[in-house]
Design a protein around this ligand. Structure first.
Ligand SMILES: Cc1cc2nc3c(=O)[nH]c(=O)nc-3n(C[C@H](O)[C@H](O)[C@H](O)COP(=O)(O)OP(=O)(O)OC[C@H]3O[C@@H](n4cnc5c(N)ncnc54)[C@H](O)[C@@H]3O)c2cc1C
Length: 543
């Protein structure tokens, strides 16, 4: 075994949380090391939409949008409810107080933020809700990362200068001038980057890209291909890590675990959640290592049944499409095998995913079917596929197409009478624009990914123009939520509530302050970054 010279503080993982934790450690006088098990960096954070949900953030203040810690707390209380100490009052307040501070701190280090002023909280009718709490990184030139650009984790999709508020305009680009101009803005900005030799990193990739640029400027060492294997404990305190083939790295000021969730460890996940993770677009390295290692050192685990559920479709090449607008735009519904709707399809993804599991307990609903008509297909993008482009999807079997609803039901093994009755009822309700069954489109969140030109209800409309289509829907997830119990300083706790000195956890390896729900866009990246920031400052004695 080789002993390497000690750092003060070891951060495990190069997602948004890990990078922020290392930056905060360095800025507060520690000498951190970041270790990453993969040969690429950025984790699921790099694959994400990059939205960060921070109530009362400084960008809102600058834009004159009223918000407060009190309203943030009221909203968290109303949405998360009582899920035990993972989301104690102390943790909620720690998140709310430190979120804006972290945003400013990163800004001082050169991080360029922008706000998504139109994105509503996911439960806009609850006390304390707001529109526009989500922030994200400005499009960033990847070349500024130098050699680190090559090892940035990628989904394989082309780099496009998109941003959160522009995304919902894309599917309706041919429906309204506003959507068209917004989408052309994305195209123009992307071209402007490309034609000047710059690489447009946006959403999750600008988030981790800008953070990595700060990490590099501060001279923080990052070791790829360095998996955490175990911890070093001395007199009940964690004082280092064991990595790779047994290399020991000492870290007298502690270890911050930011190693993500367990979406992709089928064996670990199946007994806890009843799914393998095959429908999750999370990073393949999201295998619960920190959960297992932390538990072996006496940590408590909580909310291990929870995930950021997200209905997905699977493209013929196996790519997972966590489609949000597909089920939100008018002219589509989701039905189970009996042909019945069972939820508001435009609800937040966690609720839509949970509804699929709940329905499946009474009627087979995995997969469910997204059913839509030709009007829908000819109006809107499906994922990144333009309206009307249908043939290849039908030929590959991804879209099931039929001239009548009865024929469609037969092809999908859906009860034909059930489907016919459901669609008839939807068409009657669509004439008034009121979904009396599930309230689809009765709040501003449902409209965010809707079609504003569908005036009676931007997210609800008739299905009556043949041919008809169906696409399988699975209850996927953006990653798991449950993890190591931690306190308001992100210190990992034992089942008796005592602190494991020297061990911190943030992000999807920590039990979530958001509980089983998802209050707004950015409700996992936000806590990952904020609690990592808190942890590092606590270790440095700065809190
Ligand atoms: C398509 C998509 C869109 C999303 N959009 C959003 C969004 O807009 N807003 C939002 O809040 N959330 C979003 N999410 C969810 C969000 O990306 C994750 O919840 C978040 O990235 C988790 O951050 P983390 O720091 O916990 O983990 P990660 O970002 O996954 O980082 C963990 C890192 O630890 C590394 N690691 C794992 N095990 C070890 C080990 N043993 N040793 C060393 N390193 C290890 C991993 O390789 C990884 O690099 C999205 C997810 C997806 C898939």
């Amino acid at each position: 075994m080789i002993e390497t010279p000690p750092y003060d503080f070891v951060v495990v993982g190069t997602g948004a949380g890990g990078l922020v934790g290392a930056i905060a450690a360095k800025l507060n006088g520690l000498n951190p090391l970041i270790i990453e098990k993969a040969s690429v960096w950025g984790g699921t954070s790099a694959l994400s939409g990059g939205g960060v949900w921070i109530p009362a953030n400084p960008l809102m203040q600058r834009d004159g949008v009223a918000d407060s810690i009190e309203d943030g707390l009221a909203y968290l209380d109303a949405t998360v409810g009582d899920v035990g100490p993972a989301s104690s009052r102390e943790r909620r307040l720690a998140y709310l107080h430190n979120g804006p501070r972290m945003v400013l701190n990163l800004e001082e280090q050169g991080f360029a933020w922008r706000r998504a002023p139109r994105y509503p909280d996911y439960y806009p009718w609850l006390p304390g809700a707001r529109i526009g709490r989500t922030i994200e990184g400005e499009t960033f030139d990847g070349n500024r990362l130098g050699a680190w650009l090559k090892t940035l984790r990628s989904s394989g999709l082309p780099a496009v200068a998109i941003n959160t508020d522009a995304a919902p305009q894309i599917p309706t680009a041919f429906r309204s001038l506003r959507s068209l101009f917004s989408t052309l803005g994305v195209v123009t900005k992307t071209l402007a980057f490309r034609l000047t030799g710059r690489v447009p990193l946006a959403v999750g990739r600008t988030l981790v890209g800008q953070l990595m640029a700060i990490v590099q400027r501060l001279g923080i060492p990052v070791r790829l291909d360095t998996p955490l294997r175990s911890l070093i404990e001395e007199n009940g305190r964690i004082v280092g890590v064991v990595v790779g083939e047994g290399e020991r790295i000492l870290a007298p000021r502690g270890v911050l675990l930011c190693a993500g969730g367990f979406a992709k460890d089928a064996e670990y996940r199946m007994p806890l959640q009843g799914v393998t993770g095959e429908w999750s677009p999370a990073s393949p390295d999201d295998t619960g290592d920190a959960h297992k290692i932390g538990a072996a050192f006496g940590a408590d685990l909580a909310l291990m049944d929870a995930a950021t559920w997200f209905p997905v479709s699977i493209y013929p090449d196996g790519t997972i499409n966590p489609g949000i607008w597909e089920r939100t735009l008018p002219g589509s519904i989701i039905v189970d095998s009996s042909g019945q709707r069972y939820t508001n399809e435009a609800a937040s993804y966690v609720d839509a995913g949970l509804a699929m599991f709940e329905r499946d307990r009474v009627t087979p609903a995995i997969p469910s079917w997204l059913v839509f008509d030709s009007r829908y297909r000819n109006r809107y993008f499906f994922g990144s596929t333009p309206p009307g482009v249908t043939k290849a999807f039908v030929e590959s079997g991804f879209f099931i197409q039929a001239a009548t609803l009865e024929e469609l039901a037969g092809k999908c093994d859906i009860d034909p009478d059930g489907l016919k009755r459901t669609v008839e009822r939807v068409n009657v309700m669509a004439a008034t624009g009121v979904d009396e069954d599930f309230g689809r489109g009765n709040n501003v969140y449902d409209h965010y990914y809707g079609d504003p030109t569908n005036r009676k209800n931007p997210s609800f409309g008739p299905i009556d123009k043949a041919p008809f289509f169906a696409v399988r829907q699975y209850p996927g997830d953006l990653s798991t939520k449950g993890g190591l119990m931690a306190d308001e300083y992100a210190r990992v706790l034992r089942p008796d509530g005592s602190v494991i000195e020297g061990l911190y956890a943030a992000g999807n390896c920590a039990a979530p302050v958001m509980g089983r729900t998802y209050p707004g866009a950015g409700a996992t990246l936000g806590p990952s970054m904020v609690f990592a920031w808190i942890a590092a400052r606590h270790s440095a004695g700065a809190n």
